[in-house]
Design a protein around this ligand. Sequence first.
Ligand code: GSH
Length: 262
Amino acid sequence: MSQQSSTPTYELLYWPTIPGRGEYIRLILEATQTPYTDIGNASSTGGKEVMAALSSDKTHDEHGNPPAFAPPMLRIKNAGPNGAPLLIYQTPSILSYLGGKLGVAGDGSDAEKHWVLSHALTALDLSNEAHDTHHPVAVMQYYEDQKEEALKKSKDFRESRITKFFGFFERVLKGNEEKGKGKYLVGDKLSYADTTLWQVVDGLKFAFPKELAARETDFPLLMGTFYPALKDMDSIKAYLGSDRRLQYSNGLFRHYPELDRQ
Ligand SMILES: N[C@@H](CCC(=O)N[C@@H](CS)C(=O)NCC(=O)O)C(=O)O
């Protein structure tokens, strides 16, 4: 699916139909109204194209890019050596690349650039821990085969990890309140750390609705200012209302009622 019919510079390669970690990339492209093609969802053969880019037996692709371990990947036209397409992977590597190109990595200073990266990495740590609540033992096995461990993992995640991470981000927002007004983690404008944290909070609201509702007022800046403000930003609001925003299902953020607060 793409925002326009001409061929955009940026191509997202991610599994079709689920938001997953691809969503961290989509959100910053959408927030900045940057045209892109979501290869996995753009056609019925998109999934195969994503798979082909991951082909495990190659040492390089036809343009000289080294192999990518896992999606999301970003392909950028003419950005590689000798004008070849550049292929990069790892969510934070892609975000950091786009952050610099799209002006959403702070004010251009080294300080803000690295604060943005650090906060985005911390939000992605929380995202990884959320994934581990339903797959605490083996990534490639079914949830049903690790349910007992998932119950224990989720209890600890809900009671100590969500609170620790949310408490941390509340403190960051508070420390930056003069410039960021509770809406931005760094400085006085949107960065990819904000969109990444927003997506983690939104995913957790889907996965653990009771837990998040119970904790809503414990983090007034994060839940009362930051979360609704980003959701209400014109570009993000338009995106969230479009069919490009995929529904949560059996991906990174999953809703199993038994793992939520009882
Ligand atoms: N740290 C990587 C994790 C990538 C990852 O786990 N991707 C998932 C989809 S969201 C996948 O398909 N992984 C395959 C695997 O790990 O074997 C990132 O943030 O990009």
